[in-house]
Design a protein around this ligand. Structure first.
Ligand code: ADP
Ligand code: MG
Ligand code: MG
Length: 499
């Protein structure tokens, strides 16, 4: 009898393990692997499709600006639960409202960022710009927010959890809008027209650009231009140009210019009514695709340019306070008990709470000490994050312990936050990369996806004029990789297959 009991327990353990495996894994949209001949054939077409439709980036190794290569992508659309996709879409206007209100709450921003500002030079400089324009009086009360809220599915609950919300340079709306069509094409080539109905429509690019043009209209000067603030070298050029071309096609009367911070510092000035004048043009809307990391500011000149723009009448995407509202420290402050309630109705609060996961301050106080202890005891359960954007800045795994131990006794702690690590389910797919020796026939890989939902919000401290969800993006990485930024070279473009 004892033996039977043991056998039963083993069977039970096996069952639960199997159950867990099922939970940690989602079925791909098609039976895999594909037949080798078919795979080779469809990958060749897929690569050409990507090249011909601008799912491309500049190469980091071939510095010839005339050369593009396709961005890494997955052959098949990744399955994503329809219910959770719908939830992410529906929650976006609430998140837009939240970010907008947080951005306009000086007390909240300054108290949330106070400790971080003492040790994080970059965030402090951004905050100083905010203080300066506040003291002068804000010239342009209207802000344009082009936001992207990012999610991972959480294995345990099967529900989405927010990774972060981006308020500056939210990218890939352009390429992702085209990529939905790519997966339509691939399914068609695989003879699976019947599956196409499960690919959601995506109008992110149109929606984001419509937002920029609405802001331009509010600026109310027919001659004004839209200026993209860009890096010295733009690797993600197709995504940016898609925005530019879409703007030009929606309204050919609005000129679009691109300048880096150095050029702006050399050539921009304020007019008598604080118009931003650059090369004899008046800038109505400033769209930042750079300026979110210290490396974009080579000297005081670039900082002066940022301040000048902030002082101007131009409508900024983002304004400095929208930028600050998107910091990880503010995200963590919003997750403290009782805080969301200050900004949102009880109904909206409970919806937003559901997508939050554990976020902890590392400040030198009782709560911070507790978080330090948790991180040291269980480093694999957390991600350690500084106040940076653009990927590649976080700390994972055992390094969380080493890093937290190293900063335990210093104020440096306040520059970081600790976030519960979300473990998303994996699924099989083919990762297609430029120059990959296996490119003819890449192996099947275990991958995980991160969904991004785009939102547009326009308004000032008194009112919200525009508040919309406009589209989505999905990017996918090897399940063994910590991060999956496509621009950073770690992730692959994807689109959701709703199931
Ligand atoms: P960034 O602003 O640099 O994009 P993120 O907070 O989005 O910073 O982190 C970068 C990447 O790290 C994410 O895209 C995701 O792949 C991974 N990541 C971040 N937070 C978590 C988390 N809590 N759990 C699991 N992975 C995470
Ligand atoms: Mg970010
Ligand atoms: Mg991110």
């Amino acid at each position: 009898q004892k033996r039977r009991h043991v056998e039963n327990s083993v069977a039970n353990v096996k069952k639960t393990n199997k159950g867990k495996m099922d939970q940690n894994r989602m079925a791909p949209c098609l039976q895999l692997p594909l037949d080798n001949k078919l795979l080779e054939n469809v990958i060749e077409k897929a690569k050409d499709w990507a090249l011909m439709h601008g799912a491309c980036m500049r190469s980091r190794t071939n510095l010839n600006k005339d050369v593009l290569q396709f961005a890494p992508f997955v052959l098949l659309p990744s399955t994503f639960p329809r219910r959770e996709f719908k939830k992410a879409v529906e929650i976006q206007p609430i998140l837009n409202e939240l970010v907008h209100k947080v951005a306009h709450d000086y007390e909240f921003l300054s108290s949330s960022l106070k400790s971080t500002n003492t040790v994080d030079h970059f965030t402090r400089r951004l905050f100083e710009i905010y203080e300066t324009v506040r003291k002068d009086g804000i010239t342009q009360p209207t802000s344009l927010g082009l936001l992207r809220s990012d999610y991972l599915l959480n294995c345990d609950s099967g529900t989405i959890k927010q990774v972060e919300i981006n308020t500056v340079a939210s990218s890939f709306g352009g390429i992702s809008t085209h990529l939905g069509h790519y997966h339509r094409y691939v399914l068609q080539e695989l003879g699976r027209m019947d599956m196409i109905q499960n690919l959601p429509e995506n109008h992110a690019l149109q929606g984001l650009c419509q937002g920029m043009l609405e802001a331009w209209k509010l600026y109310n000067n027919e001659k004004a231009v839209i200026m993209f603030v860009v890096e010295d070298v733009t690797y993600n050029i197709c995504d940016q140009r898609f925005h530019e071309f879409e703007l030009r096609s929606q309204n050919p009367n609005v000129p679009v210019i691109r300048r880096n911070l150095t050029q702006i510092s050399e050539r921009a000035k304020l007019g008598s009514k604080k118009e931003l004048i650059l090369d004899d043009m008046e800038v109505g809307v400033i769209y930042f695709r750079a300026g979110y990391e210290p490396g974009h500011y080579h000297s005081e000149n670039e900082w002066n340019a940022r301040l000048l723009m902030e002082r101007s009448r131009a409508i900024k995407c983002p304004s400095i306070y929208y930028h600050l509202a998107g910091t990880k420290k503010v995200q963590q402050a919003l997750a403290k008990p009782g805080v969301l309630e200050k900004f949102l109705s009880p109904d909206k609060t409970s919806v937003v709470k559901e997508i939050f996961t554990g976020l902890y301050s590392l400040d030198k106080d009782e709560f911070g000490d507790r978080a330090v202890q948790m991180a040291i005891e269980n480093p694999g359960h957390f991600v350690l994050k500084p106040q940076r954007e653009g990927g590649g800045n976080n700390v994972y795994g055992d390094k969380v312990r080493t890093a937290v131990e190293a900063m335990k006794d210093s104020e440096e702690r306040s520059a970081w936050i600790l976030m519960e690590r979300i473990s998303p389910p994996m699924q099989l797919n083919y990762l297609v990369r430029p120059g990959d020796p296996n490119n003819g026939c890449p192996p099947l890989s275990d991958v995980v996806g991160e969904l991004g939902i785009f939102g547009v919000v326009i308004g000032d401290s008194e009112k919200i004029l525009v508040n919309k969800q406009v589209g989505h993006m999905l990017r996918t990485k090897l399940s063994t990789a910590d991060e999956g930024g496509v621009a950073a070279g770690l992730g692959a473009l994807d689109s959701p297959y709703l199931c």
